[in-house]
Design a protein around this ligand. Structure first.
Ligand code: PLP
Length: 363
């Protein structure tokens, strides 16, 4: 049993800022002189509404969301969004484009197929998703209801560096594994969504930023609870929201703002990436990155060792040294280092020291 917090590279749910957990601990029994925990507050109370509205305002501010968007807090994970998006926006007689850049993109595509006509507008499956498609490889339908992309491919360790230009077709992005990790031009997206458990907080809440003109195109026949318009009209208080998860999201956003906002978070992430990819490339005879350098993710770093035996040894010795969550997804194998926003740069420094030592001893 570890006596202290380990360096946690779990892919999701994942590490949270220690300062956020400490703050939540301090406020656990008596939140802001209410005499109760946030978990015990009414979702209609002034104290909770302040948390709720502040979380939305901070998210909007930090992401640089322009006027004319709604911020929503929904449940059902990013996976329910895979179904709600086509349910609401894939009108009869229309088709939607999906860019298949990895496992989660394929899952979104599969859910959409259940509702209507969808097209694969590009895929890198033939190269085991080791990069995102190039602009030239995309075959976009100019009449599509929307085009869906996955900004960061959590399992394959790839990330879009420039987002595709879909013209007047609304661009919808699953940003579950890289939201708030870098500056984006939010106004280019009709909708951005993310399960909170990688970069924003605990599991149980999904954040959505949706442009009002896109929202207005939603199909009226969808059942109220699954309609974006219902949640937008009710400020995400149509039913009881996951209050405690939203409270933690608010604390994480305050923490990110305290670091200096998205520019500072992005700089931290770039520094972590430089250190870790530098260590992989600097020991290229031992570590081999699986993602094409042009698509390398700054959130999930995937690499292989010379043999599966050495990979197993690496994971077990790393665990003993206080590094957890390093086993790669079974579809890629090898090692995956998930280093979301909250992962402190010192963790990557310590891990790369361990990696160099391991390569020296076993190479
Ligand atoms: C983790 C992940 C999901 C799944 O999220 P759930 O909240 O478990 O539904 C979807 N998309 C991406 C890109 C992810 O990384």
């Amino acid at each position: 049993m570890p006596e202290k917090r380990i360096w946690n590279f779990n892919p999701g749910p994942s590490t949270l800022p220690a300062a956020v957990l400490e703050r939540a601990q301090k406020e656990m029994l008596n939140y802001a002189q209410t005499g109760m925990s946030v978990m015990e507050l009414s979702h209609r109370s002034k104290a909770y509404e302040a948390i709720h509205n502040e979380a939305a305002a901070l998210l909007s501010e930090l992401l640089g969301i322009p006027a004319g968007y709604k911020i929503l807090f929904l449940q059902g994970g990013a996976s329910l969004q895979f179904a709600m998006i086509p349910m609401n926006f894939l009108a009869a007689g229309k088709s939607a484009d999906y860019v298949l850049s990895g496992y989660w993109a394929q899952k979104a595509f599969k859910e959409a197929k259940a509702y209507g006509t969808v097209r694969a507008a590009g895929t890198t499956e033939s190269v085991n998703f080791n990069r995102v498609p190039t602009a030239a490889e995309l075959q976009l339908d100019a009449g599509a209801a929307y085009c869906h992309i996955t900004s960061n491919n959590t399992i394959f360790g790839t990330q879009w560096k420039t987002f595709p230009d879909t013209g007047s077709v609304p661009l919808v992005a699953d940003m579950s594994s890289d939201i708030l990790s870098r500056k984006i031009d939010a106004g280019r997206f009709a909708m951005i969504y993310a399960g909170a458990q990688k970069n924003l907080g605990p599991a149980g809440v999904t954040v959505v930023a949706i442009r009002e003109d896109f929202l207005a195109t939603g199909r009226p026949e969808v059942s109220p609870i699954l309609k974006y318009a219902t949640h937008a009209e009710n400020n995400s208080l149509y039913n009881t929201p996951p209050c405690f998860a939203i409270y933690i999201v608010k604390l994480v956003l305050e923490w990110a703002k305290g670091l200096g906002g998205i520019a500072a978070v992005e700089k931290r992430n770039e520094e972590k990436g430089k250190l870790l990819y530098g260590t992989i490339d600097g020991n290229a005879g031992f570590f081999k990155g699986t993602a094409d350098p042009g698509s390398r993710s700054l959130m999930n770093v995937t690499f292989r060792l010379p043999s599966e035996e050495l990979e197993a040894k690496f994971i077990s010795e790393a665990a003993a040294a206080g590094f957890g969550g390093l086993k790669g997804h079974r579809s890629v194998g090898g090692i995956r280092v998930s280093m979301y926003n909250a992962l402190e740069p010192e963790g990557i420094k310590a891990l790369t020291d361990f990696m160099k030592e391991f390569a020296k001893k076993n190479g």
